[in-house]
Design a protein around this ligand. Structure first.
Ligand code: GUN
Ligand code: ZN
Length: 432
C-alpha cells in the first residue's frame, strides 16, 4: 500500500488535558507517515532514518509548522455570504440579515454551489472538520454532505429545526422537521466521514412540540450530535424565559426535552447561571466559545475559566456569519482579548488546544481527529510561521521560546499563514 511521508516541525496535543501547556508533543524535525487516509506513525526524523531507508524524493518536506487540521465546532455555512453585516445585535441581526439569506437555500443548485465554496474557504482557513448549521431546507444538508464527500472530509451538519418566530418560507412543522431530520440522519450519519447533528436553531424558534420530537430523535440515535444556541444575548434569554415560564432557566428548556447529553454542543453560553453550569457538566455536554461572533454581535464576554472550572468541555469556534473570520487562529486572538478584558490570560497552547484536540474532546471525536496520534485520520495543515504577513516574520525573529512563537503566531496570523491543508491524507488546499 502506498505510504506518504511528511517531514517538518510538528506540534499537537496527544491526549485530553486541562493543562495543554504541559501536555503537548513538539518535534523540531519530525516525520508523519500516512497510509490510506490514516496517520500510521509520528516520530523524530533521526529515529525514522535509523529504521527506514526511504529516498529523500519520497518525503514531502515542509518548512512550516505541521499541526492537526483545526476544528470549527460551530459555524453556519449559509451565512458565509452575509458575514460582516452592520449595526445589529442578535435578534434584529437574525431578522434583518440572516433569515433573508437563508431563504435562498431552498434552491438545491444554489446550495450545492455555496456548500462547495464554503468547504474550500474552510480549507483555505486551516479548518478540516466543522459542525455546521445548514438551513431549514433538507436539500441544504444534502448539498453540504454531497460536497464534503468529494473531499472525503469529516463533517458534521444538520437541518435547522424552526417552526415559529421566523418567516413563513423558513418554517417547518414539528412533524415535518422530525421526519426530514430522521431521513437525513438515516441517509448521512456515518456515511463515510459524515456525521449528523440534530439542529434545533434555538429555543425561541421551536415550539415545545418540536423540541419534544427533537428529543425523541436524539433518544433514537444516541450517538448523533445535537447542536443549538444557548444564552448568547440578554434579550434572547429574557425572551426564552417569557416563552417557557415554567422552565428553571434557559438550559432547562433543552433539558426537559432530553437535549442536554453527550455530544450536545451548545453555542455561546455566555450568561449562564450556576445551575446551568452544573447541569451541563453532569450531562457531559459541551459549550462552544465563539470569540469573533461574541464581539461582533455585541453579545458579551465569555467566562472561559468559570466554564472550565466546572469541568465542561469547551471549544473555540467561528460562528460565521455572526463571527467575522473562518480562521480559528484569528478567533483565538479575539479569545485572548476577551479574557484580557476579564483580567485573565489564555495561554497560546490552551487556545490552540481548544481548536484541535480540545474541540475533538468536546465532540467526542478524539479517536478520529484533533491530534496526530497514529491510528487517527490524516487531517493536518502547514502553517507558514516565518513568511507572510511581514509583521509576523519580524516578530518571529525576536521570539525565543515555542510559547512566545505560538503566541505571536496566533495574535498576528491571518489566513495567509495557512500554506497547505490535507484532508484524509490528500492535499485539498495549497496557498497560491
Ligand atoms: N441564535 C439563533 N440563531 C443564531 C444564528 O444563526 N447565529 C447566532 N450567532 N446566534 C443564533
Ligand atoms: Zn451560531
Amino acid at each position: 500500500m502506498q505510504k506518504t511521508f511528511h517531514r517538518g516541525e510538528i506540534l499537537h496535543f496527544p491526549k485530553r488535558t486541562d493543562s495543554p501547556e504541559q501536555n503537548y508533543q513538539y518535534l523540531n524535525d519530525g516525520i508523519l507517515v500516512i497510509e490510506q487516509g490514516k496517520i500510521i506513525d509520528l516520530l523524530d526524523a533521526d529515529i525514522f532514518f535509523q529504521h527506514h531507508h526511504i529516498a529523500q524524493e519520497q518525503i514531502e518536506t515542509h518548512s512550516g509548522l505541521l499541526i492537526p487540521g483545526m476544528i470549527d465546532s460551530h459555524v453556519h455555512y449559509p451565512q458565509m455570504e452575509m458575514i460582516a453585516s452592520y449595526g445589529r445585535q442578535l435578534l434584529e441581526w437574525l431578522n434583518d440579515y440572516t433569515f433573508p439569506v437563508e431563504t435562498k437555500y431552498a434552491d438545491s443548485s444554489y446550495a450545492a454551489l455555496q456548500a462547495d465554496a464554503f468547504l474550500r474557504q474552510l480549507f483555505a482557513h486551516g479548518t478540516t472538520t466543522a459542525s455546521v448549521f445548514a438551513t431549514v431546507h433538507p436539500q441544504s444538508v444534502d448539498a453540504f454532505f454531497t460536497a464534503a464527500a468529494t473531499y472525503q472530509a469529516r463533517m458534521i451538519c444538520g437541518k435547522v429545526l424552526m417552526d415559529r418566530h421566523s418567516p413563513d418560507n423558513l418554517r417547518d412543522t414539528a412533524d415535518s422537521g422530525y421526519r426530514e431530520s430522521k431521513d437525513l440522519l438515516e441517509k448521512w450519519h456515518h456515511h463515510e466521514r459524515a456525521l449528523y447533528a440534530i439542529t434545533p436553531r434555538f429555543a425561541p424558534t421551536s415550539t415545545p412540540e418540536q423540541l419534544a420530537l427533537a428529543g425523541q430523535l436524539a433518544q433514537e440515535y444516541p450517538d448523533a450530535f445535537i447542536q443549538t444556541h444557548l444564552s448568547e444575548n440578554t434579550d434572547e434569554i429574557n425572551w426564552v424565559k417569557s416563552l417557557f415560564p415554567d422552565a428553571k432557566d434557559y438550559l432547562n428548556v433543552y433539558e426537559r426535552y432530553g437535549l442536554v447529553r453527550d455530544r450536545a454542543l451548545f453555542g455561546h453560553g455566555i450568561h449562564l447561571e450556576p445551575r446551568e453550569y452544573q447541569t451541563l457538566a453532569s450531562n457531559h455536554s459541551s459549550v462552544i466559545f465563539c470569540p469573533t461572533s461574541n464581539l461582533f454581535i455585541g453579545s458579551g464576554l465569555f467566562p472561559y475559566f468559570t466554564v472550565k472550572e466546572h469541568g465542561i468541555p469547551v471549544a473555540i469556534a467561528s460562528d460565521v456569519g455572526g463571527g467575522t473570520s473562518l480562521n480559528l487562529l484569528v478567533n483565538q486572538a479575539e479569545a485572548y482579548k476577551i479574557l484580557q478584558l476579564q483580567h485573565q490570560n489564555l495561554n497560546p497552547f490552551e487556545s490552540l488546544y481548544l481548536c484541535t484536540q480540545g474541540a475533538a474532546v468536546a465532540m467526542q471525536l478524539e479517536d478520529q481527529i484533533g491530534n496526530l496520534n497514529p491510528g487517527t485520520e490524516a487531517d493536518f495543515i502547514e502553517l507558514d510561521v516565518n513568511g507572510i504577513p511581514p509583521m509576523l516574520k519580524q516578530r518571529m525573529a525576536q521570539a525565543k521560546t515555542l510559547e512566545e512563537k505560538l503566541f505571536a503566531l496566533i495574535m498576528l496570523a491571518d489566513e495567509r499563514v495557512i500554506r497547505q491543508t490535507y484532508v484524509n491524507g490528500q492535499q485539498v488546499y495549497s496557498r497560491p
